[in-house]
Design a protein around this ligand. Structure first.
Ligand SMILES: O=C(O)CCC(=O)C(=O)O
Ligand SMILES: [Fe+2]
Length: 441
């Protein structure tokens, strides 16, 4: 029987099925990390039958089970004292998670389509569950990602992105997105905060790795880093594990494009899926975000929109992904759900569809003392696809651009592409890279 009396009045939960009642202000003993938020409860409404796990601590009481909703009173955020205002996210009312819809992909199709339509048109962000990708495939990818980032810096740098091949390792400071949205800053030089992250990019569609594509120098973007066999020596089965995951992401991406085309009642409902058929240009990225050390100089990943069509993101349980609700101009948390995927849309798709499918601004602020790992899969049409809004909808402008041009411009702004594509805004067909130096062995 919990002898909670009326003293403990703060509640926090960890990743297990344990809740902690704290008698102190906002420090909760027993939790590995400081919680993002605590929920004020009316301890008198906690039923007696809840089992006390530890009653010895003078400030914290842990109990097993869940707290009845009538005991919940208020949500308060636990933020570091020196956190600048601009990094704070709105804490979503626990009963109002509708803001980032959760779509169960195992439901009857008409239900999925209805939810997809709202999520796509109004928010541009959603979490999908029961998506058909096996937990073991996801978990193996996460394990290998951790193993990779645990390698020493000098080993990881053996596979560093070299400025004209967009696959490989990048360390802290190499890609800073804090100011990438500022259009007057095409070079991305004015970033005010450094992204405190490291990552590793791979070509996420090995079907693109054909002789024909590789003879076209622009596809050097899609070449995989030096050679996976070297990485496999350091991280056994790295390549096979990643490839298995990528195959499933590619399938899920094509499926989602088909569903979204139908959900939106497009004149040509298959138009989205068709652009991606066959040679979808995909990058699979693994990311590691250490805890932030200086909120004024660092952010985990600065505010940005994604570059392409569709992003399928896996995030671990640490949290920190925030989405801008542009109507209310407030940041909203995307709470992690185990083995779910977060889906959002990129700028290329938004421009092509005249913003019918919006690219929503998001960022990551890791406020915990835990290492955060995530993995976005960036899904886009084939590199040479000409995207003309007028073809998507007759009322839209007649302006053709290619997938390649859009990507070149974004990667240049993000500082990952250096000089190989100086004329990123060339007309289609005029895209000869000037720097064709051989890739390092
Ligand atoms: O790590 C995350 O949760 C988001 C990553 C992201 O937005 C990106 O890589 O574009
Ligand atoms: Fe993103």
């Amino acid at each position: 029987m919990p002898t909670v009396g009326s003293a403990p009045n703060l509640l926090a939960a960890d990743k297990s099925n344990m809740v902690y009642l704290s008698r102190s202000e906002n420090l909760v003993e027993g939790l590995k990390d400081r919680p993002d938020l605590v929920i004020e409860i009316d301890a008198r409404k906690i039923p007696d039958h809840l089992k006390v796990v530890n009653e010895d601590g003078s400030t914290t009481v842990a109990i097993e089970g869940s707290i009845p909703s009538e005991a919940l009173m208020n949500v308060v955020s636990v933020l570091p004292g020196d956190l600048p205002d601009e990094l704070k996210a709105r804490i979503v009312d626990p009963f109002d998670f509708e803001s980032i819809p959760i779509i169960d992909m195992s439901q009857p199709e008409e239900k999925i389509l209805r939810k997809l339509k709202t999520a796509t048109e109004n928010i541009g962000f959603m979490t999908v569950v029961n998506h058909g990708v096996n937990d073991t495939v996801i978990e193996a990818m996460c394990d290998k990602s951790k193993e990779f980032f645990d390698l020493s810096q000098s080993v990881k740098e053996r596979w560093k992105i070299d400025g004209d091949v967009l696959s490989g390792y990048f360390g802290k400071g190499m890609e800073n997105l804090d100011n990438v949205m500022n259009d007057d800053d095409p070079e991305g030089k004015k970033a005010v905060k450094v992204d405190n992250k490291e990552g590793f990019d791979m070509n996420g569609n090995r079907e693109n790795d054909t002789e024909e594509n590789n003879s076209d120098t622009s596809y050097r973007w899609l070449e995989n880093p030096t050679n996976f066999s070297e990485i496999n020596l350091e991280v056994p089965d790295f390549e096979a594990t990643m490839q298995l995951y990528q195959k499933q992401m590619l399938e899920l991406g094509v499926r989602l494009m088909g569903l979204i085309g139908r959900a939106l009642d497009l004149r040509d409902p298959d138009i989205l899926r068709r652009t991606c058929e066959g040679k979808a240009v995909c990058h699979h990225r693994i990311l590691h975000y250490p805890p932030l050390t200086d909120y004024h100089k660092e952010v985990s990943i600065g505010a940005h929109v994604d570059y392409g069509f569709l992003t399928i993101l896996h995030q671990d349980q640490v949290g920190g992904l925030q989405v801008l609700n542009s109507k209310k101009q407030s940041w909203v948390h995307v709470p992690p759900i185990k083995n779910a995927f977060v889906i959002n849309f990129g700028d290329m798709l938004a421009k092509w569809t005249g913003n019918k499918i919006p690219a929503t601004i998001h960022r990551v602020v890791n406020l915990t003392s835990s290492e955060r790992y995530s993995s976005p899969y960036f899904f886009r049409p084939s590199l040479k696809t000409v995207l003309n809004p007028k073809e998507f909808d007759e009322s839209l402008p007649d302006e053709a651009t290619t997938c390649e041009e859009v990507l070149a411009s974004f990667y240049t702004k993000a500082n990952l592409l250096k000089g190989a594509y100086p004329n990123a805004n060339n007309t289609p067909g005029d895209k000869t890279p000037v720097d064709t130096k051989e890739k390092a062995a």
